[in-house]
Structure formats: structure tokens, C-alpha cells
Design a protein around this ligand. Structure first.
Ligand code: TPP
Ligand code: MG
Length: 387
């Protein structure tokens, strides 16, 4: 297997000149958010190793500027949908670290009552529509959310004056997901129907162990794919939160005004393995170190130091986020595991009700139900973690 550097190196990004300055308090808040996500995930990695977290766990370390910068450019009512590397999006969208951590720990206090885990962060109040484990599957959902906005605005509320919501959906996917058929079907419909969605490809250069150059056509310039669907394609430096924010703000405003979809090639890099069981043999340590020098937290810290941020300010934020994450872990550990009797609850909304496993559910058309399930096995088999 060749240890090829990701094609991100040397790629074109939008020019950084001519942007207004972000207020210091806002930028400091972004630094805090990125540091919170980093601390949260470092603690999750530890808890995973201590077998307190089970199932799959894909950390976002290195990509924090993408979630923070893009979500800062939206309004709270704008829907968001993403893949399984989702802790950063959830925290940046305002999910409480307690609920996020309890979900990681599989406890009832989690955002999905402990039944989703790491890959399924869901927060209806904050308009985060998941956290999805099937590669690419969230893009049709994101396009559907955008269709709902357009349908509400142009059909259901057509008679109302000033009744338009003009929500803009952000639908995130990885570079590996680009080769999924459903992504292209969804992009076709988004282009055809003029749907208000920004499809953001978090291009970290790798799909598990396959570098983008080995697995994807036009890997050096994936934004070109947008043209086939009548969309604008844009490249953004996702390692610089301020740049990400300004570029995305412009795009969000454009989509809100025009209801035309846009595709973004968000250049970034994940510093850790694909999942907790990835020895990263497909890339060199030199390559990793080169990208780590552009750590988005370090980049923003350096930018803010030029504007007066002191080492003490930075330490204070570090203390704050450590305390927040520590109390999230304590909170999660005090929350119980969901009872086995809840296994089939919340699968369908209302009509079919909680499926108890012994009733005669409508969804089986009255057929005799012989579905049996065993108590959840809480022993964690690390070898099974191939994802
Ligand atoms: C339909 C489907 N095929 C394969 C997988 C296994 N799988 C999980 S993650 C992944 C790689 C996806 O890479 P990318 O989209 O670049 O996201 P990243 O992990 O880099 O964030 C694969 C192939 C899956 N979950 N779903
Ligand atoms: Mg990737």
C-alpha cells in the first residue's frame, strides 16, 4: 500500500484577504468551543480504552474548526445533518456536554436515551437531525430537509405574507461518502428543484485507510463535481475557523436569498485514526506531523495572541473546559443504563407505539410475532470494531 500524502497539500483554497475582523469575544468563544470539543474527545478516547464507552467511536480531533466555523455561520433554526463523526457538530450546535457524554456512555440521560451512542447524536431542539452511520445516507435526508423548507415556504405557507422561513440546511459528508450513489441522486434533486442546502464535504483526505487520490476521481478538485448538478462548487480552508466562518457566512446568505444549492470542498485533516482501532499504517508520521503544525486550535490561538490573548487567558479556558468535561463524565456515570424493556421504544413515532415484543403490532400486519431478543450484552468485543 503506498503511503501517499493526501491531495489536500497544495490544494487551492479561497483567498484569505479582505475579510472583516471577528469581534474578540466571538473569536474567544470559538476558541473555547474548539477546546471543549478537543477535551471532550480526548476524555472519550480514555473512557473508551477503559471500556466505559462501547460500540463505535470516531473522533473529530483536527477538524474542530469545520463544525465551529460552519455552524457559527448559521441561525439556530437552520437544520443540520451529518455523519457518524458527529460529536463536534453536536457540541457546536449547543447540545449540553452532559447529554452528549451520557449518549457516549450509553445512558438514559443521553440525547438519544443512550440507545444511539457515538454515531447518533440527535438534538431536535437545536435542529440537529443526526449523526448517521451509513456512509452518505444523511445527504438524501439533508436534501429532504431542504425540500421541506421549500415546500412549506412555497406551497403550505404560500398565502401568508412574510411567512417564509428561508431556512438553509447544512448537510455534511466525508470525502469517502462522495462515491455513494444516493449522494448523487440527492445532489441531482437539489440542483433540479433549487433546494436551499449546502452540501459540505469534510475532505480530510481519507476514507478509512484509502486516500482520496486512490479512491475518487478528480480527487485534487472535488468541487468540480458540483457543476454536473448545476451547483456552485467552492473550496474552503477548514483548518482556519475564521476563514471557514466568513466563507460560509457568505454562502449561507447566498442560499437563503436564492434557494440554490452549493457544494463545498472543506479541506481538513483528522489527526487520529478513522476509529479507535485504527493503527494508521496507510499514512506516514511525517505527513501527520506536517498537518498537526496547522492545528486549528493552535492557528486560532496564534491569531488571537496577536490581538492580546495571553497565556493566562488560554489557561483559564483550558481549566474551564476541563471542568465542564469532567462534570459531564460524572453526570453521565450517574445516569442509569436504559432498561431492556425500552429496546423497541422510540422506533416508530406514535402510530405503532412502543413495540413490546409480545403484542400484535400493526407493522407486522397482525402476523404472529416471534421476535425474541436477549438482554443487551454489555461486554465489549474490541475485535468486532472493524468500522
Ligand atoms: C454504506 C456504507 N458503506 C461502508 C461503510 C463502512 N465505512 C464506515 S466509515 C467509512 C469511510 C468513510 O470515509 P469518509 O466519508 O471520508 O468519512 P471520514 O471517516 O473521513 O469522516 C466506511 C467505508 C458504511 N458505514 N456504510
Ligand atoms: Mg474522509
Amino acid at each position: 500500500m503506498s503511503k501517499s500524502a493526501s491531495s489536500n497539500a497544495g490544494g487551492q483554497v479561497r483567498p484569505k484577504s479582505g475579510r472583516p475582523e471577528v469581534p474578540m469575544a466571538t473569536a474567544k468563544n470559538w476558541l473555547r468551543e474548539m477546546m471543549l470539543i478537543r477535551e471532550f474527545e480526548l476524555r472519550c478516547m480514555q473512557a473508551y480504552q477503559d471500556k466505559k464507552i462501547g460500540g463505535f467511536c470516531h473522533v473529530y480531533i483536527g477538524q474542530e474548526a469545520v463544525a465551529v466555523g460552519t455552524i457559527a455561520a448559521t441561525e439556530a433554526r437552520d437544520p443540520i445533518v451529518t455523519a457518524y463523526r458527529d460529536h463536534g457538530h453536536a457540541l457546536a450546535r449547543g447540545m449540553s456536554p452532559n447529554h452528549c457524554m451520557a449518549e457516549m456512555f450509553g445512558r438514559v440521560g443521553g440525547c438519544a436515551k443512550g440507545k444511539g451512542g457515538s454515531m447518533h447524536m440527535f438534538d431536535r431542539d437545536n435542529n440537529l437531525f443526526g449523526g448517521h452511520g451509513i456512509v452518505g445516507a444523511q445527504i438524501p435526508l439533508g436534501v429532504g430537509l431542504a425540500f421541506a423548507t421549500k415546500y412549506e415556504d412555497e406551497v403550505i405557507n404560500a398565502q401568508k405574507t412574510g411567512g417564509k422561513s428561508n431556512r438553509v440546511t447544512l448537510a455534511f459528508l466525508g470525502d469517502g461518502a462522495l462515491n455513494q450513489g444516493s449522494v448523487h441522486e440527492a445532489m441531482n434533486l437539489a440542483g433540479l428543484f433549487d433546494l436551499p442546502v449546502i452540501i459540505i464535504c469534510e475532505n480530510n483526505g481519507y476514507s478509512m485507510g484509502t486516500s482520496i487520490t486512490r479512491g475518487t476521481t478528480m480527487g485534487h478538485q472535488i468541487s468540480a463535481k458540483a457543476e454536473a448538478y448545476g451547483m456552485e462548487g467552492v473550496e474552503i480552508d477548514g483548518m482556519d475557523v475564521i476563514e471557514t466562518y466568513w466563507a460560509m457566512k457568505e454562502l449561507v446568505e447566498k442560499v437563503r436569498a436564492t434557494s440554490r444549492p452549493i457544494f463545498v470542498d472543506m479541506r481538513c485533516y483528522r489527526f487520529k485514526g478513522h476509529s479507535m482501532s485504527d493503527p494508521r499504517k496507510y499514512r506516514t508520521r511525517e505527513e501527520e506531523e506536517r498537518y498537526e503544525q496547522g492545528d486549528p486550535i493552535g492557528v486560532l490561538k496564534a491569531q488571537l495572541e496577536l490581538r492580546g490573548l495571553t497565556e493566562d487567558d488560554h489557561k483559564e479556558i483550558q481549566r474551564e473546559v476541563r471542568a465542564t468535561v469532567k462534570s459531564a463524565i460524572d453526570w453521565a456515570e450517574q445516569s442509569p443504563f436504559p432498561p431492556t424493556s425500552d429496546l423497541y421504544r422510540d422506533v416508530y413515532r406514535e402510530k405503532w407505539g412502543p413495540y413490546t415484543g409480545s403484542s400484535d403490532p400493526e407493522m407486522l400486519g397482525g402476523a404472529e410475532n416471534d421476535c425474541k431478543f436477549n438482554a443487551i450484552d454489555t461486554t465489549i468485543d474490541r475485535k468486532a470494531d472493524l468500522l
